[in-house]
Design a protein around this ligand. Structure first.
Ligand code: NI
Ligand code: MN
Length: 236
């Protein structure tokens, strides 16, 4: 399995057969490291309608066979722009994919979609995703405030392998709330996202790294464009 952080909330992972991108905001992303034409993708997941998350999703999903997983309103919107392969979920619902289950989980945030003509359209509820990728458990929180609902995601027998948590504040939780979220989620690794992209969300990660140094969670700060690789078939 490879995992690449593409900056902001854009996370790209997969193996030879399946490649998933979450919140593919590349065009206009100051942290952008790759061109979307270079990305091989089979599944696109979108957490909510804001442009820094919907990003290049429609363009990617107009490619042959690429599947969009998003909330009902975003899927309907995408269909109007020529996307055919959609799986519309709502919070609490899930989809069985060839690599495992993708569950839409709650987030506290808004989800307006800005149409090309500048109109603001209702984009359903914002969400996060709990994803199984060949038995690895990944949690992408999307944009969210700290919420008690996160406690529902912890599973004692089957720990979250990687949690992608927004830490930039202003529009989402900040580093201090992320520390609390980590205590509730108890993931093996936290990868901070949604920070330093714009002046409003520039932060120091030091408090986060200091807090994690004591706990049982590893904080892995990934520079945009970096990739890590490991065996995707998790040993039982
Ligand atoms: Ni947002
Ligand atoms: Mn955002």
């Amino acid at each position: 399995m490879f995992l690449t952080y593409l900056g902001h909330s854009a996370v790209y992972f997969g193996n030879d057969n399946y490649q998933v991108i979450i919140d593919p905001f590349l065009t206009g992303n100051p942290q952008k490291q790759v061109e979307i034409a270079e990305l091989k993708v089979t599944h696109v997941l979108v957490t909510h309608g804001h442009a820094d998350h919907l990003g290049d999703a429609l363009e990617l999903c107009r490619r042959q066979g690429v599947q969009l997983i998003a909330n009902y309103e975003i899927c309907r919107y995408a269909q109007q722009f020529g996307v055919e392969n959609v799986v519309a979920l709502n919070v609490g619902g899930s989809s069985e994919t060839p690599f495992g289950r993708v569950k839409m989980v709650s987030a506290i945030h808004s989800s307006t979609i800005e149409a090309p003509d500048g109109q603001l359209l209702p984009g359903g509820l914002a969400s996060g995703y709990m994803i199984e990728f060949f038995h690895r458990r990944l949690y992408h929180a999307g944009d969210t405030a700290l919420t008690l609902d996160m406690k529902l995601l912890k599973n004692k027998k089957n720990r979250i392998d990687i949690a992608f948590l927004p830490v930039g504040g202003t529009y989402t939780m900040d580093v201090y709330d992320a520390i609390i979220a980590t205590k509730w989620l108890k993931p093996k690794i936290v990868i901070p996202i949604h920070y330093d992209t714009f002046p409003e969300i520039e932060v120091s990660l030091k408090p986060l790294q200091r807090a994690y140094a004591k706990g049982k969670t590893l904080c892995k700060v990934m520079k945009p464009g970096t990739t890590v690789r490991g065996s995707y078939e998790k040993k039982k």
